[in-house]
Design a protein around this ligand. Structure first.
Ligand SMILES: Nc1ncnc2c1ncn2[C@@H]1O[C@H](COP(=O)(O)OP(=O)(O)OP(=O)(O)O)[C@@H](O)[C@H]1O
Ligand SMILES: [Mg+2]
Length: 230
């Protein structure tokens, strides 16, 4: 369970998220909304990458500000820009790095890395320099490196933006199959039809909180109304 209690977010004088309280217990939650509406900020609050300006964020009772390390282990985060996530020179090292930090036995690390690379169609890239991969390949690497850790929750910030159709389907299938709870920020509305709950952000507020059948048309109308007004 992810709980926001009277949370708001400011950067200097700029209020990016107005105060809100919310509990997320669904396994598939999507976050949609205009550019700059606060989606990535909301996502970063969940795993403690950002601490809220007011209020508290809890994941299974752990406070993201006070129990930051435990929260990071519990909540994996896939960044909007995969360059932020690449740590090691080679693809296979990058995927193995989090498991090595946990000091797992070598054989187990190798088995988990092999499985994840096979699962995401990355086997042929395993000895390639990570920073030379294409944008979409880097995105798949970032996703592999998070999922190999088997966190209880995974937050995805626009995981499909850079991907071709095949990889988009891979990621959509991976998220659909994941036993974990996923919170997915996306502009890809097609992708959200199976989700249980959709939050629509607009100028730092959650303006709709509903299943996709209601939230997606709401968002389309919101965007159409604004475009008409320009
Ligand atoms: N560290 C920061 N310092 C100052 N302002 C910030 C910071 N991070 C985000 N902002 C501002 O907060 C607002 C919301 O940004 P955020 O990245 O959450 O939007 P978003 O909904 O994810 O947008 P996009 O769809 O373009 O990714 C923007 O106006 C942005 O400029
Ligand atoms: Mg964003």
């Amino acid at each position: 369970m992810i709980e926001f209690d009277n949370v708001s977010m400011r950067f200097g004088d700029l209020t990016v998220l107005e105060p809100f309280s919310l509990s997320l217990a669904e396994r598939r939650v999507a976050v949609i909304g205009a550019n700059g509406s606060g989606k990535s900020t909301f996502a970063r609050l969940i795993n403690g990458l950002l601490a809220p300006s007011t209020g508290t964020v809890r994941v299974d009772g752990l406070c993201t500000a006070k129990d930051a390390r435990a929260v990071r282990r519990k909540v994996g985060f896939v960044f909007q820009n995969p360059d932020n996530q690449i740590v090691y020179p080679l693809v296979e090292e990058d995927v193995a790095f989090g498991l090595k930090n946990l000091k797992l036995p070598k054989a187990e690390i190798a088995a988990r890395v092999d499985a994840v690379l096979a699962r995401y169609g990355m086997e042929s890239l395993r000895l390639r320099p990570a920073h030379l991969l294409s944008g979409g390949q880097k995105q798949m690497l970032a996703i592999s490196a998070v999922l190999v850790m088997e966190p209880a929750y995974v937050v995805f910030d626009e995981p499909t933006t850079l991907l071709d159709l095949r990889n988009k389907r891979r990621v959509a299938a991976a998220i659909a199959e994941m036993p974990q709870t996923a919170v997915v920020v996306s502009h890809d509305l097609e992708f959200l039809t199976d989700f249980e709950r959709v939050l629509v952000f607009e100028a730092g507020r959650i303006v709709c909180d509903a299943p996709p059948a209601e939230a997606v048309p709401f968002y389309r109308e919101l965007m159409a109304a604004e475009a008409g007004g320009v």
